[in-house]
Design a protein around this ligand. Structure first.
Ligand SMILES: Cc1cc2nc3c(=O)[nH]c(=O)nc-3n(C[C@H](O)[C@H](O)[C@H](O)COP(=O)(O)OP(=O)(O)OC[C@H]3O[C@@H](n4cnc5c(N)ncnc54)[C@H](O)[C@@H]3O)c2cc1C
Length: 398
């Protein structure tokens, strides 16, 4: 939609072919229905790709300002919540509405229930598109913005980018779920289900270690929450090579290891009359305390003064380095994005395919996935605007 608007503003006649019965459905699900459309804290390092240096040549430092202006100009009021940008009314539908209204204003033709199956370069000029319904469309230029199947109903495939990659001989990075929950093998997951707490989560994949801090959610199948989402793309790729990946939870991220040991020692001296269950009150969630004590072989009713040094040492270590084992991610339909896609080295700075002039790629189908926080939509808006300006420019091709 941003590509279509930008192209139409250049004077091009634009048609959107959309396989759904309406355009922009995914936007409605974003940011829990509020649409976290971008973020004032913008760094190209927040995107992951096999070609990270290409990200910065495609999306520039002023991208957020450009997107803000774009939306303000089409009538959206935007607010910042700690840098996270949302529509003022906190309704994702407002973002979709202003985009749709602008498309109408610019006479962009929107054809829904029209699934494109191939995009072929014609012998002469332009491209021939075939759709599932059997119709053929001829266009001078084509912008492919079909995203991925992340977050869509089970079995919904978005195969067009792969087919385009094979037609034009493009390098493609395997797509895996990202911004998704992680499944763990431990039996105690069921006992911890429902717990939310501030934690540090460290994932090890081969020789690489990744740590994220934030609100952890423990579920009956494993772990979720923002820090887990941020790590999940590394887990997804790691799980292609290894069956299991170690993850470590720091239940006391605000205390350094030494501070924590000193704190525990002092508490042991002053509260030695308490049961261990009571001793841990206020430090960690009760359900976590139960699992920790069990793993240390300490009975909850045991008096703190009677617990031996090695049990304390184990408890102390577990609070900061609680091990779990990741065996999988939740499926694509639960993920917010897919990592991987058509390699960034296949497109020029204006999103045009280097191997096929006149064909442009935008958004999530490319090999760049952002962190949680509005970065994926920002990528979609920015690459769309860039492609639209370039494709809509009459002098660009001929
Ligand atoms: C639950 C959820 C929450 C999210 N929340 C956020 C958030 O708050 N902030 C953020 O930055 N990102 C968020 N994202 C990610 C973000 O929505 C996507 O990265 C972004 O929408 C990708 O934009 P896109 O234009 O590449 O693709 P899409 O938005 O997926 O649009 C692609 C369009 O192409 C259509 N299409 C696909 N194949 C064909 C075909 N063959 N023919 C015709 N049409 C086709 C699709 O139906 C779709 O309408 C979220 C994602 C999900 C699933």
């Amino acid at each position: 939609m941003t590509a279509a608007i930008a192209a139409a503003r250049q004077g091009a006649q634009v048609t959107i072919l959309e396989r759904n019965d309406r355009i922009g459905k995914k936007i409605l699900a974003t940011g829990n229905g509020k649409c976290n459309l971008s973020n004032l804290d913008f760094q190209t390092e927040y995107y992951r790709s096999e070609d990270p240096e290409r990200v910065g040549t495609i999306i520039k430092a002023d991208a957020v300002r450009q997107a803000q202006l774009f939306f303000e100009q089409i009538g959206l009021m935007i607010k910042s919540r700690n840098g996270y940008l949302y529509p003022e009314c906190e309704q994702a539908s407002a973002v979709l509405d202003v985009l749709r209204h602008e498309l109408t204003h610019l006479n962009v033709r929107v054809v829904c229930d029209e699934e494109v199956v191939t995009v072929k370069k014609r012998a002469g000029d332009g491209f021939a598109l075939e759709t599932k319904s059997g119709r053929k469309y001829i266009f001078d230029r084509v912008i492919l913005s079909c995203g991925t199947s992340a977050g869509l109903k089970k079995g919904t495939k978005t195969d067009l980018p792969k087919s385009v990659a094979s037609i034009y001989g493009l390098d493609y990075v395997k797509q895996v779920p990202a911004l998704v929950q992680l499944r763990c093998e431990e039996d105690f997951c069921k006992a911890l289900a429902g717990v939310r707490c501030q934690a540090g989560v460290t994932l090890r994949v081969g020789n690489d270690t990744y740590r994220e801090d934030g609100e952890l959610q423990l579920t009956d199948y494993g772990i979720s929450g923002i820090p887990v989402f941020q790590l999940s793309r590394f887990a997804s790729y790691g799980l292609l090579r290894e069956q299991k990946l170690p993850v470590e939870i720091d239940f006391l991220p605000s205390l350094k290891e030494k501070e924590w040991e000193e704190f525990l020692r002092a508490r042991r001296q002053t509260l030695d009359y308490k049961s261990m269950e009571d001793f841990l009150i206020g430090m960690v969630h009760k359900k976590i305390a139960g699992v920790l004590l069990k793993q240390c072989g300490i009975r909850p009713a045991e008096t703190a003064g009677c617990v031996n040094d090695s049990q304390y040492a184990k408890l102390s270590r577990l609070m900061k380095h609680f091990p779990m084992t990741v065996t999988g991610t939740n499926p694509i339909e639960n993920s917010q994005v897919l990592a991987g896609g058509i390699k960034l080295t296949e497109v020029s700075e204006n999103m045009e395919l280097i191997k096929c002039k006149g064909l442009y790629l935008t958004g999530e189908l490319l090999d760049a996935d952002g962190r949680c926080g509005g970065y994926n939509l920002q990528w979609a808006w920015s690459t769309g605007i860039t492609a639209g300006i370039a494709a809509g420019n009459r002098r660009a091709l001929f």
